[in-house]
Design a binder for this molecule. Structure first.
Ligand SMILES: *[C@@H]1O[C@H](CO)[C@@H](O)[C@H](O)[C@H]1NC(C)=O
Ligand SMILES: *[C@@H]1O[C@H](CO)[C@@H](O)[C@H](O)[C@H]1NC(C)=O
Length: 419
């Protein structure tokens, strides 16, 4: 594992001193609640613009549907949009997701209680995006007839896909990378995710898989008494001393997250030298815990995690303890259709098979215009990153196909509107 840590550090330094994209930062005044007349509050949503390649006489708009994080990070790590903007003469926009980065509806208070945090939903976020684009079409001379293509990775990919489904008059097509829109209750078996994580580690070393699989019982054995807990606190240099079994459980949960995210880091690293591990770790799917209930379960045999069934009650309790909100697990499938998306159009779903989130991805061609691209050597939304000499052929091909679909969407929008 040591070489890996070293390489990851080197790679992050590379990124740090490497290229940076240029953009201007703006803010748009959004309603906090788009769907009722009760709350009149507004907030400032941050968005970034680059018009260097733009043909301001109807050139398309490439719109990144910001996900859970600081939008500048997504701007730096979505090189695909920057790479292809010149050949499409496209305007580039990155819009920050409400409640992330500096787009906090209630500043410091945003997460303190449900009356402030309750507007953190994907529906509100999509409405923000729709309003912003509608405004820009008027505000930017020449944008009135521009086709809009949405891009997103991970939760951003889900948003990009749903954006096209719900606002087809605002966005003409979407590239949804590594978008686990099917990772919901009753749609995707909960054990798949852990199995892909484990398989990713097994590609590196089967010994490593065994070590991790055995570690859970080892932690239990060691921490059975106070002496053991103290020992582990020291051995792992934990910031908080282990005092109760609840603390031990927390450490295990933390480890589960670490292994999961390392699977993404390790695999991305195999093909993607310019990677910032901290940011990747931050990209952890925190999301909005209320509607994005994505069941995970582990058996410790086909995967290397501590055996644990999917426990909605425990999930709900935790959600309530952290946010004072009970989740609504069937909300997202109800609003967006779950597997039944045959009425949608103009969406490319791309899925890297090394990416654990691919288990909740759309892996089949739904129709002529809702297609799925499988990238066997692909990690978490690798296709959205800038092209790189180490890219596997499958990623290069995926990007070519994505560009082909983007051209088609733009052309058909133009001909439909006789532009
Ligand atoms: C949050 O609180 C801190 C300290 O009270 C203050 O300095 C900061 O400006 C606040 N930020 C916002 C966004 O309100
Ligand atoms: C979907 O169709 C495209 C052709 O447009 C093809 O390249 C791709 O492999 C198909 N995807 C699946 C999962 O069959």
């Amino acid at each position: 594992m040591k070489w890996l840590v070293l390489q990851v550090i080197l790679a992050s330094l590379l990124l740090h001193f490497g290229y940076a994209y240029k953009y201007e930062t703006y803010f748009y005044k959004q309603k906090v609640d788009h769907f009722s007349f009760v709350d009149p509050d507004s907030y400032s949503q941050r968005y970034l613009i680059n018009d260097e390649s733009w043909d301001s006489d109807g050139g398309p708009i490439f719109f990144y549907a910001g996900n859970e994080g600081d939008i500048t990070w997504f701007a730096e790590n979505t090189g695909f949009m920057w790479d292809i903007a010149p050949e499409f003469n496209a305007l580039i926009i990155f819009a920050e997701h409400r409640y992330y980065g500096v787009s906090l509806p209630y500043g410091n208070k945003s997460f303190t209680e449900p009356k402030y945090s309750g507007y953190l939903t994907s529906e509100q976020a999509l409405a923000d995006f729709a309003e912003l684009i509608s405004y820009l079409r008027i505000a930017l001379p020449g944008a009135k007839n521009s086709a809009v293509i949405a891009f997103g990775g991970s939760y951003g990919g889900m948003l990009a896909a749903w954006f096209r489904m719900k606002y087809p008059h605002v966005v003409q097509g979407s590239i949804a990378a590594s978008a686990p829109i099917l990772q919901f209750i009753d749609i995707t078996p909960c054990e798949k995710f852990g199995q892909v994580v484990t398989a990713d580690f097994a590609r590196e070393s089967s010994q490593c898989v065994e070590v991790i699989r055995n570690s859970w019982a080892a932690i239990d054995a060691v921490t059975a008494d106070e002496v053991g807990m103290n020992w582990l606190t020291g051995a792992w240099k934990l910031c908080q001393p282990l005092k109760t079994q609840k603390d031990v459980q927390k450490v295990k949960e933390y480890l589960t997250d670490v292994w999961t995210n390392l699977a993404m880091v390790v695999c991305t690293h195999l093909t993607e030298p310019t990677l910032e591990p901290k940011a990747l770790l931050e990209e952890l799917f925190a999301g909005a815990c209320t509607e994005m209930v994505m069941p995970m379960c582990y058996d410790g045999v086909k995967d290397f995690f501590e055996p644990s069934p999917w426990d909605f009650k425990a999930y709900a309790t935790k959600c309530y303890e952290s946010w004072n909100i009970y989740p609504r697990p069937l909300m997202a499938p109800m609003i967006y259709g779950g597997k039944d998306i045959s009425a949608a159009s103009n969406i490319v779903f791309s899925n890297g098979l090394l990416d654990p989130w691919s288990t909740g991805g759309v892996m089949w061609n739904v129709s002529d215009s809702v297609v799925s691209i499988i990238i066997p050597e692909g990690a978490h939304h690798l296709d959205l990153r800038s092209s790189n000499p180490d890219d596997p052929q499958s990623v290069i091909d995926a990007r070519i196909l994505e560009k082909k679909y983007i051209s088609t969407w733009i052309e058909s929008y133009k001909s439909e509107n006789e532009i």
